[in-house]
Design a protein around this ligand. Sequence first.
Ligand code: MG
Length: 250
Amino acid sequence: MKKLIIVVFALLTTVAMQAQTKVIAHRGFWDTPGSAQNSIASLVKADSIGCYGAEFDVWLTKDNQLVVNHDSSFKGHRMEKTPSSRLTKLHLSNGETLPTLEEYLTCAKELNIRLILELKKHSSDKRETQAIEQIVAMVRERGLEDRMEYITFSLHATKEFIRLAPAGTPVYNLDGKLSPQELKEMGCTGPDYHYSVFKKHPEWIQECHDLGMKTNAWTVNKEEDMQWLIDQGIDFITTDKPVRLQEILK
Ligand code: MG
């Protein structure tokens, strides 16, 4: 019996040590020919190289439509102050038009990659809640609930994703200010923080694991930072260089 326990323990330790850091393509896999940040192509390309997830950014437009874009404005048009009909006529650097969330999810439905949706901080809590209600409904209609993870800098939106998404859906806060214990009490899946926060608090990674939480770091593009986070046992790394990170992990 004692021998069996030792064998099982050794096996479990091996499995735990092999739990490998997973790769999330920041704004999709955009740093490659034919792609652009937050484009449909970047989603398809991130899937094609076998990333765990594609991260992308979402805004609610003036007419309450959801679109995919990083900055609060694009080519002089403010996301929250412009109707979607105008925004979706604008072209990305790869020639695609600025995608709606609906187009993005429709494409994702045919792929396997996980969808790391960042809701940007909006002009009011009310608009963030409205955006989240619409996101959750759209995801449910497409049967994509099992492939979604939500991230946001907004504390309000973090709480609203936890309240409105199906139980068990991963929700991470990006802001870097809350301790593992504070995130746990809120019901967060864990921190998705700038890597400098983990360099300042390297003990937070183990602390999160002890609390049953996951850890993600952004936006990690230097090999030395990737290696340091891997050595610390980080669960996910969000990067503009997914191929380089995959090579390091091999
Ligand atoms: Mg983002």
